[in-house]
Design a protein around this ligand. Structure first.
Ligand SMILES: Nc1ncnc2c1ncn2[C@@H]1O[C@H](COP(=O)(O)OP(=O)(O)OP(=O)(O)O)[C@@H](O)[C@H]1O
Ligand SMILES: Nc1nc2c(ncn2[C@@H]2O[C@H](COP(=O)(O)O)[C@@H](O)[C@H]2O)c(=O)[nH]1
Length: 220
């Protein structure tokens, strides 16, 4: 085949099983920043938009950053089984709506989650084979506090609360498949994307490989 001959398309029975890519970290380490950049770079990745009872921050958009709900609405979602996982984090409830995730995965798309360790444990129990988890660490405690402060979206009391919970959150780092120390954003995004690329190539995620190889063997 010459350089300008197009490669033959793969057979239609070959497709990829979607995966669930989870980012967790202490608040302020950089999950949202990394998630946004990954979504910009990768068309096959869809963000799971969580429901939360927390108040909207300045600049946040309902339905994009979160589905902002009352406690009553959140309880209803829980009771109707509409959440794949949920947890209380910093005195508010957060949860993952089930339907959009199931639809995306069924369509062969990958889903990105920005959730805490409690949610990750619940997803792991339900779908271990489809889950890839990354824990993001800040380069130092001082830098974590600086990031929370410079984000300028939470009160001093809220920042103090998040700093006081950071140690407990970080104690779960070893439950994750991968760890990235988020010093430089570009480098962290590149690392997260490399993980995603490699995990997509895991054998069990490539449906139809056996038939494909049989076809190759028959043709040689
Ligand atoms: N590598 C980095 N270097 C410097 N600043 C960063 C880096 N990564 C993120 N930031 C900044 O740190 C602040 C917190 O980041 P971000 O909101 O992404 O954290 P988060 O982990 O999603 O927090 P939360 O759990 O509270 O949602 C933001 O102002 C962001 O721009
Ligand atoms: N278990 C879940 N945790 C979630 C979900 N959505 C967000 N989060 C986590 O909450 C904290 C605080 O978020 P913030 O936006 O108020 O700063 C952070 O650790 C998120 O990862 C969810 O659906 N389930």
């Amino acid at each position: 085949m010459t350089a300008d001959t197009p490669s033959p398309a793969l057979p239609p029975y070959m497709h990829r099983r979607g995966l669930m890519l989870v980012l967790s970290s202490p608040s302020g380490a950089g999950k949202t920043t990394i998630a946004r950049r990954l979504l910009e770079q990768d068309d096959e990745l869809t963000m799971s938009v969580s429901a939360t009872t927390r108040a909207k921050r300045p600049g946040e958009v309902a339905g994009v950053d979160y589905h902002f709900t009352s406690l009553t609405e959140f309880d209803l979602m829980v009771n109707q089984g509409k959440l794949l996982e949920y947890a209380k984090v910093f005195d508010n409830y957060y949860g993952t709506p089930r339907e959009p995730v199931e639809q995306a995965l069924a369509g062969g798309r990958d889903v990105l989650f920005d959730i805490d360790w409690q949610g990750t444990q619940q997803l792991k129990e339900k779908a271990r084979d489809d889950l890839v988890s990354i824990f993001i660490l800040p380069p130092s405690a001082r830098e974590l506090e600086r990031r929370l402060t410079s984000r300028a979206q939470d009160s001093q009391a809220e920042i103090a609360k998040r700093m006081s919970k950071a140690s407990n959150e970080m104690s779960h780092w070893a439950e994750y498949d991968y760890v990235i120390i988020n010093n430089d954003v570009d480098s962290s995004v590149a690392k997260a994307h490399a993980i995603l690329t490699a995990e997509r190539l895991v054998r069990r995620r490539q449906v139809g490989l056996s038939e494909f190889v049989k076809g190759l063997q028959a043709g040689v």
